[in-house]
Design a binder for this molecule. Structure first.
Ligand SMILES: Cc1ncc(COP(=O)(O)O)c(C=O)c1O
Length: 362
């Protein structure tokens, strides 16, 4: 079976050599040297002016971001994202209000955001879907004009640059997921990035129960700490990330050239942004076509993923929205194809052949 995703693992000895230091120090968690070194290395690698605060996953990063910005009320967000984008809002006792998305970029639509701003709106959370930057300039203008905070869920966007700057330099806060399935990972992990040093301090306190000294608590906090073992994986994987991206790029190029003649659509990438080749989404002309092709691939031992499906307004604890026709339509017709470091060009060629033959017999 060809999976849709397979986590990258470095040569085992690289990770094992990190373990000796951990054993030597016997410092396993609680803001240890590996965590601090990884924060510094991420900042350098991403060429970030914003400061990175490492946490234990991308969901906690979103929750801490919402809490640090003190958002209380309605947050306009995208229904075409992973569940964590919306569930974090609900978890923080705010109300997600779903804007529609752009049919070509799959990102939150700025006109739709504008139409939903009300007296109760306190912020906007946009996801850079599949790593493709949102319309950052327009969102920032809108937020500025309406005094709204902006959080970018950049879980998919590691290493992407927008207008020559790291994607994590945008918004009041940007968040990352460093989960095992992500382009770059530390098994479980995430971070928040922000330029405002008062938010940095807040996030640092919040990830550590609000501890401000052994007996003092200056914020409401949570356990958002990451361990030395996770950070060690992050340190090692950072040495391989350029190789990982280059390999994925070569696979995406093969997919895009072999599938280009078919009646499917690729995601339109935002102008002025670099790509990170984290996902290989394709949009079919109909859901029927999607079901037929994915069943055929499955029968040939190839996994695909309906990502994201269904739209987040369908969550049982939220009410459905009739204002998101584009998101509904995209969610019905999109899949992600297998893409990971260990995948070979010949396997990608075979997957493309199978897709072609399934679609020919329509
Ligand atoms: C868009 C998006 N946001 C948030 C998350 C949550 O990240 P994590 O799994 O690290 O909690 C994910 C991860 O799957 C994601 O894809």
């Amino acid at each position: 079976m060809i999976p849709v995703n397979k986590p990258f693992l470095p040569p085992k000895e690289y990770f094992v050599s990190q373990l000796d230091d951990i054993w030597e120090r016997t410092w396993l968690t609680n803001n240890g040297p590996n965590v601090r070194l990884l924060e510094e290395k991420l900042q350098n690698y991403l060429n970030l002016s914003n400061k990175v605060v490492l946490v234990n996953n991308g969901t906690i990063a979103l929750q801490i971001a919402i809490k640090a910005l003190d958002l209380k009320g309605q947050i306009i967000t995208t229904p075409f994202s992973y569940v964590a984008t919306a569930s974090s809002i609900v978890w923080e006792s705010c109300e997600p209000v779903f804007a529609d998305i752009d049919k070509d970029t799959f990102n939150i639509d700025v006109k739709s955001i504008e139409s939903l701003i009300s007296y109760n709106t306190v912020g906007i959370i946009g996801t850079h879907v599949f790593g493709n930057p949102c319309d950052i300039k327009a969102i920032n203008q809108l937020a500025h004009a309406n005094d709204l905070k902006v959080i970018y869920d950049a879980a998919h966007a590691f290493s992407v640059k927008y207008e020559e700057q790291s994607i994590f330099n945008y918004g009041d806060i940007s968040t990352a997921s460093l989960h095992a399935t992500k382009l770059y990972h530390c098994i479980e992990g995430g971070f928040v990035a922000t330029s405002d040093m008062s938010f940095v301090r807040k996030c640092e306190l919040m990830r550590n129960f609000g501890h401000d000294g052994p007996y003092q608590y200056s914020e409401l906090g949570i356990n958002g700490k990451n361990s030395e073992f996770h950070a060690a994986m992050g340190l090692v994987n950072l040495e391989f990330i350029d190789r990982v991206i280059a390999k994925r790029k070569s696979l995406v190029n093969v997919y895009e050239s072999l599938l280009s003649e078919l009646p499917i659509t690729f995601q339109r990438w935002e102008l002025g942004a670099t790509r990170n080749y984290a996902y290989m989404p394709i949009l079919f002309e109909s859901e029927k076509q999607l079901i037929k092709t994915t069943a055929f691939l499955e029968a040939n031992e190839i996994n695909t993923r309906r990502y994201f499906y269904p739209t987040l307004d369908q969550l049982p604890y939220l009410s459905t929205s009739d204002r998101i026709p584009v998101a509904r339509e995209v969610a019905r017709r999109i899949i992600c194809l297998p893409l990971y470091y260990d995948l070979s060009v010949s396997k990608v060629e075979m997957i493309c052949e199978l897709i072609k033959s399934s679609m020919k017999h329509n």
